[in-house]
Design a protein around this ligand. Structure first.
Ligand code: SAM
Length: 211
């Protein structure tokens, strides 16, 4: 999602009380930031934030962190965030490439990758958030029993992701090529992109990735 750059968005994001501006300082001590030992779930490429806001509202015993690269996009999430009373959801404007700089080994319980950018050109394959390159980053901070949940409408990206997980020696379960018609849909929360694709009648693909 690349919105037009919004002038002043970087500054507005930096001073928002729901944004963590120096996440490197929390590496290894996220529990103390949240004030509890609850599991930490990330969404990488959080976009306008609806997904995490819905989840955080229904799961007060889980701490959520939304990571988004672009402040113009994050600003939209923060507008919605300010209307809620949640104390278990924070955001970071950050490139997931450097994830291991902000989370220590075993600090994360689950990672959501929702409708990640497909980067269709082969020379950009490394930028896909399900590439083996990124799996190695997740490997550094995801708990041994943790998992990645990936959803996309893009079959090419989905197939690529399954190949990459195999190559990186991760395992897969609950594969669905049409999530909304599958048994796995019962507790599904829709993202902004998902709502649009479902309204267009596109099937959603989903997989849980673990080690
Ligand atoms: N997850 C949302 C949804 O499903 O509605 C947004 C999907 S949008 C296609 C992908 C988002 O991932 C964009 O907002 C983009 O800026 C963000 N993104 C892409 N690469 C990223 C990275 N390396 N680190 C953090 N965010 C990233």
């Amino acid at each position: 999602m690349r919105l037009r750059n919004i002038t002043g968005s970087r500054e507005a994001v930096a001073k928002n009380r729901f944004v963590i501006t120096e996440p490197e300082k929390l590496k290894g001590s996220w529990g103390s930031y949240f004030g509890n030992d609850n599991p930490i779930h990330l969404e990488i490429g959080t976009g306008k934030g609806k997904f995490l806001m819905d989840l955080a509202g229904s799961n007060p015993d889980i701490n959520y962190v939304g990571i988004e690269k672009y402040s113009s996009v994050l600003l939209r999430a923060l507008e919605k965030r300010s209307e809620t009373e949640l104390d278990n959801l924070y955001f970071i404007r950050f490139d997931a490439e450097y994830l291991a700089n902000i989370f220590a080994k075993d600090e994360i319980d689950r990672i959501y990758l929702n409708f990640s950018d497909p980067w269709p050109k082969e020379r950009h394959a490394k930028r896909r958030l399900t590439s083996r390159h990124f799996l190695s980053k997740y490997n550094q901070c995801l708990k041994e029993e943790g998992e990645i949940i990936f959803k996309t409408d893009n079959r090419t990206l989905f197939d690529f992701s399954l190949e990459e997980t195999r190559a990186a020696k991760w395992k897969v379960r609950n594969i669905s090529y049409d999530l909304h018609k599958s048994e796995f849909c019962a507790d599904n929360i829709m993202t902004e992109y998902e709502e649009r694709f479902v309204s267009e009648g596109k099937p959603i693909h989903m997989v849980r990735i673990y080690r």
